[in-house]
Design a protein around this ligand. Sequence first.
Ligand code: FRU
Length: 322
Amino acid sequence: MDEPNRKLSWAVGKKTVLCVGYSVIDCITIVRRFPRIDEIERGVKGYWQRGGNAANTCTVLRNLGVDVEFFGVLSTSPMFSIMLHDMKVRGIKIDNCPRSNQDPPFSSVIVNKSSGTCTIVNCNNSFPYPSLEDFKKLDLSKYGWIHFRGNRPEITFEMMQAVEAYNATQTEKIVISVDMDGSFKEHWPLVDYCEYAFFYRQLADQQQWKSPRQACNSIDEHLAMRFGINLKRPLVVVLWNLQKVGIMDHNSDYHRPTAYRPKKFVDSLGATEVFIGAFIYAVYVRERSHHIAANFANLMASYKCIKCGFDHISDILMAPVL
Ligand code: FRU
């Protein structure tokens, strides 16, 4: 294998990782300061790229050399064809995605260089989501890990149950993970089926969480209150921000992975997907402990911010030139 591809070899022999969710168009503008109302602000840079949490997680995993598949509805609109092309050339599988002739969902993103923040307006125009019937057409024997972006909890719940029914017949089980914001109450039932559950800070207001530690303790209490001997107990990861990630392990012990400050700040769009993708990579492909995986994921999420997009992240895996 060529020298630059050495990093890819780690994933050889691992089954595909499937990411379920949306693929959208992100229209991104980087500004020096956040625009004031009724004033025109000149952007430092503007571009658009394929986005959506699940699609971004696919890009991250693929850049780390992982065999990956996206599962979500794809728009047949001509403007979306560039996004499909991008997935194809990267080797992200999309063969099993249902199609829709509706215009694709899009997000307007403002990255503020001075504050290091990222403001996003999502517009999904009621774009369709894959159904349980679509999901049941998948050949689950191909997958080693399925990551669900908990977009539509009621459908995601059924999809997870389908995976669990499959797992019950297998010795080599599919690992299930989920990331969630939206309504805590609606998403909560998903944790019963997961090995890993990632919670976003966006849930903090509705749950009155003031810190990742408090969020972890509160989630831990909720987990302890469940009834049912077959319920899974996920490893809980609270993604508060780049400097603050909290982990509640299976023994209700709280950890904070090492925080890394980006050497320079350019763009944080998708940093959480980098955390999640890097975490899955470290646990699944490199078979590292949760502790090491979370440190690595945090380092990668911070490294992501020094450039736009996700294509530089795997540079960190290259052995330094002596
Ligand atoms: C919603 C979204 C995407 C963007 C991502 C960033 O899925 O706003 O448009 O790529 O989140 O985390």
